[in-house]
Ligand binder design. Sequence first.
Ligand SMILES: Nc1ccn([C@@H]2O[C@H](COP(=O)(O)OP(=O)(O)OP(=O)(O)O)[C@@H](O)[C@H]2O)c(=O)n1
Ligand SMILES: C[C@](O)(CO)[C@H](O)COP(=O)(O)O
Length: 222
Amino acid sequence: MTVAAVVTAAGYGTRLGSTLPKALVPVAGEALVVHAVRAMLRVASTVVVTAPPTHLDAFREALEGLDVSIVAGGETRQDSVRAGLAALSLAPSDIVMVHDAARAFQPPATMSAVAAAVEAGADGAIPVVPVVDTLVSAPGPDGALGEPVDRGDFRIVQTPQAFRADVLADAHARGGAGATDDASLARALGYRVVAVEGHEWGFKVTHAGDLALAEHVAVEWT
Ligand SMILES: Nc1ccn([C@@H]2O[C@H](COP(=O)(O)OP(=O)(O)OP(=O)(O)O)[C@@H](O)[C@H]2O)c(=O)n1
Ligand SMILES: C[C@](O)(CO)[C@H](O)COP(=O)(O)O
């Protein structure tokens, strides 16, 4: 089984509020993208990283010594995934994963699990975790509390998301704009995307407070 990966790292992380692009922000002494790529190289034989066009040299420096290609990402995550896919040479039946550098501490076991689900016959596979909080619908304009929603009906989506290469290429060729992840594109076209168990360490560094958790997890992570 050939497994390749695109690690998306071309976002600037506006919600994080750092002067550096988010993937270059150090956690436990190394950039987030380095943690993410090192884990991915345990599972994928070819890895392409999308970087902000303004910071290609900084990414080359950060990733020096790791066996990856670096390409300029696009305006949106979808554009970046397409740029990463264009840099890979894939057979239709190969497996390709798309992973956020911002989810730098997703354990390799989760990566292997999504790849294995595709190898077993799914068109795509993504890690999900249960919702741990009580949920309600958004309040109305008057601020009145929305209806309670059964949290058991929902899951939180993580990465890496794995696909047969022809499926992901088709999803990005024909999929609409606005999807926040690759699975939504594939599913909208009728492909069978399955859910596998994600991991709490697969959380996304989005806001500044997430960095404290990342520092903690980085110490535990092996
Ligand atoms: N044009 C983009 C936008 C995002 N990403 C990557 O997609 C992942 C998930 O995106 P998100 O966490 O939403 O990152 P940002 O877009 O950087 O964050 P923000 O929305 O706060 O600016 C990140 O690893 C990010 O680097 C990308 O490769 N190209
Ligand atoms: C693919 C993804 O990680 C799904 O959670 C995606 O990057 C999410 O981006 P978001 O818009 O910040 O949820």
